[in-house]
Each structure stands twice: as structure tokens, then as C-alpha cells.
Design a protein around this ligand. Structure first.
Ligand SMILES: [Zn+2]
Length: 152
């Protein structure tokens, strides 16, 4: 008898507490599911073929196509928008609930309630990023050439 394969837990938005769904769309609490990191470790240690025998093919393909919030928050939000609105192959669907929509409206309300903190955090993050970029640029610069070679 063939062992049922493991599914892969879809990376979630950082504020979500539920385990959520698998990459292929199952409720991750109802099936055997591993994390994305475990999957990539499994593939490295067992090789692609053996890993494919143990892991859902749709989950494996899908998890390689998408990044996480840590990789790029914009892409993670984009994926959630596409999922919830069901915008695949030019069709929309409405059976995926309204969680993201409710979260975005809550985020809007929280920002309005904490406007100064929000603006200050954006400013701090921007300054930190600029500082890191400057530091990286300095490292790449070759050391200044001496005007003259030292005399022997
Ligand atoms: Zn799956």
C-alpha cells in the first residue's frame, strides 16, 4: 500500500496565527503537512526523486514558485490577494472567504489610530536601509591609491 504523501504548509502572513492551508489548498490541520523549510531540507538530503515520492507534487511545485513574506512582503500580499479573490485563468471566485479583506481594513483602522508611530516606523526603516546601502557601497570601493610609490 502506498503511504500518503506529506503536503507543505503554505507560508502565511506574519500576523496570522492559524496554521492555514497547504500549498495545494488543503486545511493544513487535516492532512500530514511539513514546513517549507523541512521540504527544502528533505530535498537536499534525500535528493529530488526520493523527495518526490514522499511529498505532494502540487505542493512541491507551488512552494518553489513562491517566496515568503521575509523574501518580499509585496509578493506575499500579492499572492494572498490572488488567492482570496480566486483570480486564476481570468476567472474570479468567491468561495475563499474575506479574511484578507478584513485584515486590510483592520490595518487601515490601526494605522489611523497610530498615524505618528506608523510614519516614524517607515522613516526609521528607510534610514536603516540607506545606512546599510551606504555601508555596502563603502566596502566595494577599492582602497585609495597612494600618490607615489614609497622610495626604496
Ligand atoms: Zn499538497
Amino acid at each position: 500500500m502506498k503511504e500518503p504523501v506529506d503536503h507543505i504548509i503554505r507560508p502565511s502572513l506574519p500576523w496570522r496565527r492559524d496554521i492555514g492551508i497547504t500549498e495545494c489548498g488543503y486545511d493544513a490541520t487535516k492532512v500530514k503537512a511539513i514546513t517549507r523549510q523541512s521540504f527544502f531540507e528533505r530535498e537536499r538530503s534525500l535528493g529530488k526523486q526520493r523527495c518526490a515520492m514522499l511529498t505532494c507534487m502540487t505542493c512541491s511545485d507551488t512552494t518553489k514558485r513562491y517566496g515568503t513574506w521575509e523574501d518580499d512582503p509585496r509578493a506575499a500580499i500579492g499572492r494572498e490577494v490572488t488567492w482570496e479573490r480566486g483570480e486564476y485563468w481570468g476567472r474570479g471566485r468567491s468561495d475563499r472567504g474575506t479574511l484578507l479583506k478584513e485584515e486590510l481594513l483592520a490595518i487601515e483602522a490601526l494605522i489611523e489610530a497610530h498615524r505618528e508611530e506608523f510614519d516614524a516606523t517607515i522613516q526609521e526603516n528607510r534610514q536603516r536601509r540607506e545606512w546599510i546601502e551606504k555601508k555596502a557601497a563603502l566596502k566595494q570601493k577599492p582602497p585609495p591609491k597612494p600618490d607615489r610609490l614609497p622610495s626604496l
